[in-house]
Design a protein around this ligand. Structure first.
Ligand code: FRU
Length: 496
């Protein structure tokens, strides 16, 4: 196979020479961020599902380790989470070390005892997450369902009555199911949530966490995130979220549109973790420092995941993002910022412009070329119906990141982004609703060798997209359609 290392990201994790999908078992432990992931240890398409493993101390550079939990003749190891069982509630500790406990989905194989069932199982580690032992009593939670998966376990702090809570999905029922346990082994049902809002595809990989509103510890809300595939706002895989309350038993949300009232044409009214095509299976870290809520997603889409033109590796993870909850215009929303240690990677500023008029047409910017960049740009509309940047370009061709002020949309147009021929649905124009802030549109864009991640409105709207430009497509241009616009400022920093 041809080498495609010009697509190998600089700032995003990829497995060296194998396939990956969902991030699993994200946890910060003993000063190290652990990223486990759905991995085919012997191939670069989905299969032989096992948990791969990588670690980082800065969330930008990752070290890959041997497979952590491997499939065997009985089960594939599907997605799940890890908790630090500080008080050894599970009894897996050895008297001196409190265990890390992985809660994962056993997808039982044909011919095995639980053939065709998906149930929840445990494995534990006493060496800080590097080697794992499967629990002899697996599975620990079996509903006899073929679509019961992706457990995320949290410690629910109810004072004297504190316990473990699991959120998982009945995927084809569009339902999050909540369970409770005191020892991670015996689970009792608490409640269910859904179907609600977007139900155009199976629900997968849920998460549940508290966040202070505008940083106020006296005003805490709970966030339930759930990924769905397909049925995202721009086709295929995506993640939606609900803001509400959790009382230790039930999650309730005022933003819930329930069964029968959902309208597949109103996806734009729901709240999305990301509006791009390539941000799926997003889930947050356990025990992140300073109560930060950090998320990573798989940067791919099941529509074409197995066909993206890279070898021997396939699929990057997204950048890690810090999530916060803010009240904006009277509505609560999640706001996201890249979370890595960017100070260590400040980059060299290669261009800094201000107060530039963008004429109708395309203008390539001198001194702005690159393949791994952070771009900060601010626009004010003029008469143009659309304006923006063309990145990883070849003059006028490239990936367009634009604004249509009349429509109030942010768009990523990757029809001329480079290689698009590997799947019919890849060359797309994708959009998200966006509002001007004090008359201007401010974007921060992280460009890597096969991706662009756009943070708009200070992180309220994000769009993450894969692109496969030629190695030589490095230009950055501005463009306007049908009139002019003003670029208030532009900063380009070369990274990686
Ligand atoms: C989401 C998903 C999960 C499942 C895993 C299998 O992408 O389908 O629901 O656990 O991938 O690899």
């Amino acid at each position: 196979a041809a080498t495609t290392d010009s697509y190998r990201p600089a700032l995003h994790f990829t497995a060296k020479d194998t396939w990956l999908n969902d991030p699993n078992g994200l946890i910060f432990h003993d000063g190290v961020y652990h990223l486990y992931y759905q991995n085919n240890p012997v191939g670069n398409v989905w299969g032989n599902m096992s948990w791969g493993h990588a670690t980082s101390t800065d969330l930008l550079t990752w070290t890959e380790h041997p497979v952590a939990i491997a499939c065997d003749e009985n089960e594939d190891i599907f997605s799940g989470s890890i908790v630090h069982d500080r008080h050894n509630t599970s009894g897996f500790g050895d008297g001196s070390t409190a265990p890390l406990v992985a809660v994962y989905t056993s997808a039982f194989k044909p011919g095995s005892l639980h053939e065709g069932v998906q149930a929840q199982s445990l494995a534990y580690s006493l060496d800080g997450g590097y080697s794992w032992t499967k629990h002899g009593g697996n599975p620990v939670l079996n509903r006899g369902s073929a679509e019961f998966r992706d457990p995320k376990v949290i410690w629910y702090d109810g004072g004297a009555d504190s316990y473990w809570v699991m959120v998982a999905v009945e995927a084809t029922d569009f339902q999050v199911v909540l369970y409770k346990s005191r020892d991670l082994k015996a689970w009792e049902p608490l409640s269910t949530f859904g179907p609600a809002n977007a139900t155009g595809g199976v629900w997968e990989c849920p998460d549940l966490f508290p966040l202070p509103v505008d940083g106020d510890p006296e005003n805490v809300k709970w966030v339930l995130t759930v990924n769905l595939n397909p049925g995202g706002p721009n086709n295929g895989s995506a993640g939606q979220y609900f803001i509400g309350d959790f009382d230790g038993t039930t999650f309730t949300s005022a933003s819930t549109v329930t069964e029968g009232l959902q309208d597949p044409d109103r996806l734009g009214d729901y709240q999305w973790l990301d509006w791009g095509r390539d941000y799926y299976a997003a889930v947050s870290f356990s025990d992140a420092p300073e109560n930060r809520r950090l998320m990573i997603a798989w940067m791919n889409n099941w529509e074409y995941a197995n066909q993206i033109p890279t070898t021997p590796w396939r699929s990057p993870m997204s950048l890690a993002r810090e999530i916060s909850l803010q009240a904006r215009d009277g509505e609560l929303c999640l706001v996201q910022q890249p979370a890595g240690d960017w100070t260590a990677l400040a980059g060299t500023e290669s261009l800094h412009l201000s107060g530039t008029t963008i004429d109708d047409g395309v203008q390539v910017l001198a001194g702005a070329a690159g393949t791994v960049q952070r771009i900060d740009v601010s626009f004010t509309p003029g008469g143009a119906e659309e304006f923006g940047l063309i990145l990883r370009g070849d003059g006028t061709k490239g990936t367009r990141v634009g604004i249509r002020p009349g429509e109030g949309t942010l768009l990523v147009d990757r029809r001329e982004s480079g290689r698009t021929d590997f799947h019919d649905s890849f060359p797309s124009i994708d959009s998200a609703p966006i509002q001007a802030t004090s008359g201007s549109y401010d974007l921060t864009i992280f460009v890597d060798r096969c991706s662009a991640e756009v943070f708009a409105q200070d992180g309220q709207v994000t769009m993450t997209e894969l692109i496969f430009p030629a190695e030589t497509s490095t230009s950055l241009a501005v463009y306007a359609v049908g009139g002019t616009a003003t670029m208030n400022s532009l900063q380009v920093a070369q990274l990686g």
